[in-house]
Ligand binder design. Structure first.
Ligand SMILES: NC(=O)c1ccc[n+]([C@@H]2O[C@H](COP(=O)([O-])OP(=O)(O)OC[C@H]3O[C@@H](n4cnc5c(N)ncnc54)[C@H](O)[C@@H]3O)[C@@H](O)[C@H]2O)c1
Length: 283
């Protein structure tokens, strides 16, 4: 989809980090936004920033900004979000299933509730987005693009973050399945799997949005992993660079969006190791 101006974008996880950067970038393109998150204050801040953003030269004009408190792990909430988008905005052209949370630790130390939370947000969030939006995006019969925020953790398993990688590998599988099946049915919708490395966001503080019913007791391996991800994020890319990559990916209809080509080399190394029956050593 070359032309974004005047179109409608939905972004989940829009109260912070990559989601906020996507919202600001789309606003600058003159898109109308529906922003969703569980964080009421952060969402209002993003909406105010988006309403004030400098519009890029050549765009037709500023679009509107709507917000909706939405827990993406709740199918009813995501369906309600979609109902509002199609009801009030008439169409959806770009859907970013971006909300996500990090939880580290060894698979054998973590509780079932940890995996429920990770899979609920990182996998079911994407699947609920697909179920609630894609049938109506197909029906509206316009160009459209679905961007699922995965991670390099959906390509490689980093030490001490098995649960996160399980959720992100599954989110990548969902993205591939969606892209292949849409293409096979001749759809005008395209799909991207955004796989960033470290990005300077609040991902290391994900526990702030954990529902009270899914709180667990941290273990030393979990705490160590959380600190490591927090440090890596602090040295990571500016989220605005990731938003630029997404806009280019939408315009050029690219499926896999990597923030650094070193991940392509690592993917080759991993495949070679696996094909020789060995465990990949990607340190
Ligand atoms: N920051 C990184 O280094 C990095 C790297 C690769 C992938 N990612 C992915 O990027 C995406 C965005 O994360 P971020 O780095 O911007 O982190 P962030 O913590 O800054 O933002 C995540 C947002 O998701 C929201 N959220 C959490 N649970 C939610 C739920 N149940 N429903 C709706 N919203 C919810 C949070 O309130 C927050 O606003 C995630 O999918 C994450 O896994 C991040």
């Amino acid at each position: 989809m070359r032309e974004l101006s005047g179109k409608v974008a939905v972004v989940t996880g829009a109260a912070s980090g990559i989601g906020r950067a996507l919202a600001l970038r789309f606003a600058a393109e003159g898109m109308t936004l529906m922003l969703a998150d569980v964080d009421h204050g952060g969402l209002a801040e993003t909406a105010a920033m988006a309403a004030d953003v400098e519009i890029r030269p050549g765009t037709a004009g500023r679009g509107g900004v709507l917000t909706q408190i939405t827990d993406v792990s709740d199918s009813w909430a995501v369906r309600h979000l979609a109902d509002r988008c199609f009801g009030e905005l008439g169409a959806v052209h770009v859907l970013c299933n971006n909300a996500g949370v990090f939880q580290g630790g060894h698979l054998w130390t973590r509780e079932e509730k940890d995996l429920d939370w990770l899979l609920g947000v990182n996998l079911w969030g994407v699947l609920h987005g697909i179920h609630a939006f894609v049938p109506r995006m197909i029906e509206q019969d316009t160009e459209g693009h679905i961007v699922n925020t995965v991670s390099v953790a959906g390509l490689f398993v980093a030490p001490g973050s098995g649960g996160y990688s399980v959720s992100k590998f599954a989110a990548l599988a969902a993205s591939l399945a969606l892209a292949q099946d849409l293409s096979a049915t001749g759809s005008r919708l395209r799909v991207s799997a955004l796989c960033p490395g470290a990005v300077d966001t609040r991902i290391g503080e994900s526990d702030r949005s954990r529902p009270p019913g899914l709180v667990t007791t941290p273990t030393p391996d979990e705490l160590e992993s959380r600190e490591r991800i927090g440090r890596a994020a602090g040295r990571g890319l500016d989220p605005a660079e990731v938003a630029d990559l997404v806009v280019t990916g939408i315009r050029e209809e690219r499926f896999l969006l990597l923030t650094d080509q070193k991940y392509a080399a690592r993917l080759r190394l991993q495949t070679e190791a696996l094909l020789t029956g060995n465990l990949p050593d990607l340190r």
